[in-house]
Design a protein around this ligand. Structure first.
Ligand SMILES: Cc1ncc(COP(=O)(O)O)c(C=O)c1O
Length: 385
């Protein structure tokens, strides 16, 4: 099996700890252990045996994860090492050579790369920048999805809220995706790792239980600000969750005992609410910084204001490819952003704005310096057109 390189992840891991200002993070500034433990302090950790834990996650942690969606039982939850492992075992379980896999586009590249690696044919389902409605958004086209799904389709992979655009599907759109899948006996993988980080506080509608064949993945890395815990999950019907667990015995066996313990602490109800509020507060505080910066460059830079997550997908009108622009910014100014090329959309940059305000301001000012040296190619034009 040949697997395509995961360009986004590799680019970040090579450069993010080398640059002065990292604007590639898609989550907010992470908590440290002391901040997460709060008044209870480190005592909570001292008697935690550094043993193997139950390999699909402790019953307490699975119950806490189950409580994040209505009607989930803990037997339907598999704890994984990050959302990444949850997505991996799901794709491994569902995708076989020759299958067709419909993948929302743009998207975090994992499902796309794995589908290719497992020998499937990928059919991109594009979101398009739409400016005609009351508020601009990255809109899906369900008719287009209907046309893409055939009897050869095995899986539809969506990311909701979406990375990199921060767009959120509506209730009707989520229902529509699941109805189309159901009609063809197709699986839905709904990566909902950004759910809970909505700017307006209205939680993204989940795909959970809208069809029998659905796996919802999530984790603590984005909406909860705890990526270093490496705790993610897959939620699926009991027999499927059992299959995923079986696969996981071959990958990493169990989550780290310390992480399982800290994750239980994070998801205890009042703390869970407080963590999500912290994330939304940080996003709300920094959003106007990017908004004002874009306002000062009208006609040259534009975005569809993201609804969730700490990421903005910014279109530029300058005459340079996105990888070359990101490289130049990194080499000359020590600032890291993700090139749109990593989402198969050149002419765009993904800017993470969930970090410290001062770094964000400085990073954008340095990006200004680089852009000022570049000629304009054209006025920014809508994506997907
Ligand atoms: C949509 C999406 N899913 C999964 C992941 C991986 O999450 P984790 O760090 O929990 O493995 C990411 C990370 O950026 C992501 O954007």
């Amino acid at each position: 099996m040949r697997i395509p390189p995961f360009a986004l992840e590799r680019f970040q891991s090579i450069h993010e700890h080398q640059v002065e200002i990292n604007l590639t993070e898609s989550g907010v500034e992470p908590l440290d252990v002391g901040e997460l433990l709060g008044a209870e302090g480190t005592d909570l950790l001292l008697d935690q045996p550094l043993a193997y834990t139950q390999s699909n996650g402790t019953p307490e942690l699975r119950a806490a994860i189950a409580a994040t969606l209505p009607g989930v039982t803990d037997a339907e939850v598999l704890v994984a090492n990050g959302g990444a492992e949850a997505n991996f075992v799901t794709c491994w379980r569902l995708i076989e050579p020759g299958d067709e896999v419909v993948v929302m586009q743009p998207n975090y590249g994992q499902a796309h790369g794995l589908a290719e690696g497992f020998g499937a044919i990928v059919r991109p389902w594009p979101l398009r920048e739409e400016r005609s409605g009351p508020a601009p958004r990255w809109a899906p086209d369900l008719d287009e999805l209907r046309a893409l799904v055939t009897d050869r389709t095995k899986l539809i992979a969506v990311c909701n809220p979406n990375n990199p655009t921060g767009t959120r599907l509506t209730e009707a759109e989520v229902a529509g995706v699941c109805e189309i899948a159901d009609r063809h006996g197709v699986w839905v993988l709904s990566d909902e790792i950004y759910r809970g980080s909505e700017r307006d506080g209205v939680e993204t509608p989940s795909a959970w239980r809208r069809t029998e064949r659905v796996v919802v993945t999530g984790g603590l890395s984005k909406a909860y600000g705890l990526p270093g815990l490496r705790i993610g999950w897959a939620i699926a019907a009991r027999d499927v969750a059992a299959d995923l667990w079986c696969r996981r015995d071959y990958t990493t066996i169990a989550p780290s005992a310390l992480s399982d313990r800290l994750a239980r602490h994070a998801l205890a109800p009042p703390r869970r609410t407080a963590l999500l509020e912290r994330t939304r507060r940080m996003i709300a505080a920094n959003f106007p910084i990017v908004g004002a910066w874009l306002g000062a460059h009208a006609g040259k830079l534009a975005w569809v204001p993201p609804e969730a997550g700490a990421i903005g997908f910014v279109r530029y009108a300058h005459d340079i490819g996105s990888t070359a622009l990101a490289d130049r910014l990194r080499q000359t100014e020590g600032v890291l952003v993700v090139p749109g090329d990593h989402f198969s959309l050149d002419g765009w940059l993904r800017i993470g704005y969930g970090g410290r305000a001062a770094s964000l301001r400085e990073g954008l000012a340095r990006l200004d310096r680089v852009l000022a040296e570049l000629p304009l190619a054209a006025a920014p034009s809508p994506a997907g057109s």
